[in-house]
Design a protein around this ligand. Sequence first.
Ligand SMILES: [Zn+2]
Length: 392
Amino acid sequence: MAGLYGITMLGLQPIPSNRRQNDMIRYCKTCLMPNTRPRIVFCEAGICNACRNAEARQKIDWAARRQEFLELVAEHRKPGALYDCVIPWSGGKDSSYIAHRIKFEFGLNPLLVTFAPLMPTDIGMNNRRALLELGFDHVYVTPSPKIGRHLAQRFFIERGNPKVGWDAGINAVPVQVAANYDIPLIFYAEHGESEYGGRVLKPDMLKFRDFTEVLEHQIGDDPRNWLDETVTERDLAPYLYPPAEKLERADVKALYFAYFFPWDVTENYHYIKQKIPFQLAPNGRSDGTFTGYDSLDDKIDNVYYYLQFIKFGFGRALRDACRQIYRGRLSREDALKHVHNYDDEFPHTYFNDVIDYLGMNREKFDAVIDMHRNEEIWGKSGNGWVLRHPPV
Ligand SMILES: [Zn+2]
């Protein structure tokens, strides 16, 4: 799930912090993102900070950034080390693009680290194998499926997000591996808060990953709060960051690749499909959107994005369309057509497998969906629901 590896999961707070109650739902005038997106900030002119960031990126001196990258890497390389860096790697277009460039353009020796998807797909497996065959080393961490599934079931019901546990794991495991193998650098993709709308508390955050920020924004709580009749303290091992002293001793630095180089998810896809036989979504596009190259490795992702639509009123097509608007690939008008065509599409692909995994039937699934439906955003219409303020 490239999107998720790239720190783009939304926070879990159901009430967006920047909207007062009874505030109208507003959409950015440049892209289509609504102010229901957690932590997004709009300027007086009605433009979101993701658009502002995209504008600012056009003025970046990329040659200087590249130089900064080379210097940082040289500074942190450990003589005699077996690996130069860890790359959190789903096998999706973005992390494979980074891995390929790091190894073949910059001559570094990366260790690719995957936290197993909840429900791995054949497409994801094939895409991973295709890159590995070019000569990469890989650590694939599978947490207890029993605990992974229990957390998915529990958080799907409690928070409308089956991936809360997985999200903690994908954050913690690459850092654990770096600390344990004495690897000084981790390369993440993009800083989601600035790229897609959110708060940037200090400028360095676009360059270095701030572990505290990640914990606060992505997980929303500490995995130690998840203990219950099934989950014991020892079960949490794959979900916890190494202790601060250990991180400090290992001197692990995490960098965002997208700070140093132009970042365009469509371009990443074009790059990687020339290097490996990269498989797309069945039928060429994923449920709920017009693209077929993103989030392909976990069957449960389609349901994850559908819940985002239920909770925040924007779906996967809107998210993908905004990313293309930021890079000048799509007009707002054409983006709107994609949103109208696909945003409300039900996650049919793999659906029976997913409800089996979640241990429920369709009725129970629908009941959970309606429990998380935000009625500030949705209004009843006949037997169904419509957005009170659809994007225009
Ligand atoms: Zn915008």
